[in-house]
Design a protein around this ligand. Structure first.
Ligand code: ZN
Ligand code: ZN
Length: 377
């Protein structure tokens, strides 16, 4: 079994600390909390893992210890937040010795613990966890943070070598990562992830490794990849660069948002530069806009409320929205267009429930036709 250093074991699960006596650590954005647990102090039947420190005889000894104070703070956050933490397991050389010495430690990648009880005064807690079966082949299952971390680390290794003009054996690295950290993934999945990382790296304004051309549409794991890049590229104090590119801007906002609370207010830019962009836009029919506005008669067709204010010319302010967006192949016709108030319009584009809301609008406005998505060439 690989011999893990304390700091590396924490980092493997996404948490950072420099204290090699740490009992716990968190990711820079506070999303991930990792605790050490002694193997002989948990109950583990292979599926369910329990730990109970509520009436532990060690409690009094812990009270004054630095590790316990930090862990108490971390657990307090977990308690108010996700209620879950991950585990670096420790094996004691001699369980009766005081203090104990770990003869072995490892990040327990399959285990996620739920915090069930927590005493904010003493830091005592009780938790129960479940082990994920990692041996099962689930090629389409969501990627765990640990798996993504393995890819981002491999990418970082290639990136550093590439920056220094050194050469790395890409396929050997891939084989190692797949064997050690991604037992249920195939080569193609790994390659796609590496190209996804290139895409995020590029959107953050960093040079990407030449061998992995950026592959956009990173999906739901994008935020996690951003977190891991910020971690491994040590970007905690880095300001994101301004950009005119909308996709890059979104990614940089997401990245900054993860760290901004710990930074002083940004200075921004007093002189805002301008760029000329050439882009494709759709040619729209003014008759459709006029007709839809007229038929709405000043009421939002999505919520039924009156337009929130009038235009300078006295007409009610509504926005014409394509129920199947033009970018998704929808037609510019009245049976694909509604007049909506700005709130509903934004909701149709950006809300968590935008799909359901769209369906509700189609059911509500009888002239609408639900056009299928069509890929534009
Ligand atoms: Zn509305
Ligand atoms: Zn719209």
């Amino acid at each position: 079994m690989k011999k893990w250093r304390v700091v590396d074991a924490f980092r493997h699960l996404g948490a950072e600390t420099r204290d090699r006596y740490a009992w716990s650590a968190q990711s820079p954005d506070g999303q991930i909390t990792v605790l050490t647990l002694w193997e002989d102090e948990i109950e583990d039947d292979g599926t369910v893992v329990r730990v109970d420190y509520l009436d532990h005889p060690k409690l009094a000894v812990w009270a004054s210890q630095r590790g316990n104070k930090t862990r108490r703070n971390h657990l307090e956050q977990v308690w108010h937040d996700s209620r879950t933490f991950q585990v670096v397991m420790l094996r004691a050389q001699d369980p009766t010795a005081i203090p104990r010495k770990a003869v072995m430690r490892w990040p327990d990648e399959t285990l996620t613990m739920n915090l069930l009880e927590f005493d904010p005064v003493t830091g005592a807690f009780r938790a129960e966890g479940a082990r994920a079966a990692i041996s099962r082949k689930e090629p389409h299952a969501g990627w765990s943070l640990t798996e993504l971390d393995a890819c981002v680390r491999a990418y970082r290794q290639l990136w550093l070598a590439w920056q220094e003009g050194a050469s790395v054996n890409k396929s050997l690295l891939r084989r190692n990562v797949l064997r050690e950290s991604l037992p249920k993934r195939g080569e193609a999945a790994y390659e796609r992830r590496m190209q996804n990382i290139s895409a995020v790296i590029e959107e953050l304004g960093l040079p990407f490794v030449g061998g992995y051309p950026p592959l956009k549409n990173v999906g739901r794991v994008k935020d996690s990849i951003i977190t891991l890049i910020n971690l491994h590229w040590a970007r905690a104090q880095v300001w994101e660069k301004p950009t005119a590119n909308e996709v890059d801007l979104k990614t940089r906002i997401a990245s900054a948002a993860q760290r901004i609370a710990k930074l002083s207010p940004p200075s921004g830019n007093k002189l805002v530069s301008r760029v000329t962009v050439s882009s494709q836009t759709f040619v729209r029919d003014p008759n459709v806009i006029a007709w839809v506005n007229e038929s709405a008669a000043g009421l939002c067709e999505a919520c039924g409320d009156a337009a929130p204010f009038n235009r300078p010319d006295g007409l009610p302010y509504l926005e014409v929205h394509h129920v199947r967006p033009l970018s998704e192949g929808g037609p510019d016709t009245v049976d694909n267009s509604i007049a909506a108030c700005p709130n509903c319009h934004r909701r149709l584009h950006h809300a968590e429930d935008k799909k359901e809301f769209r369906k509700a609008v189609i059911a509500r406005v009888s002239r609408l036709h639900d056009y299928p998505k069509r890929i534009l060439d």
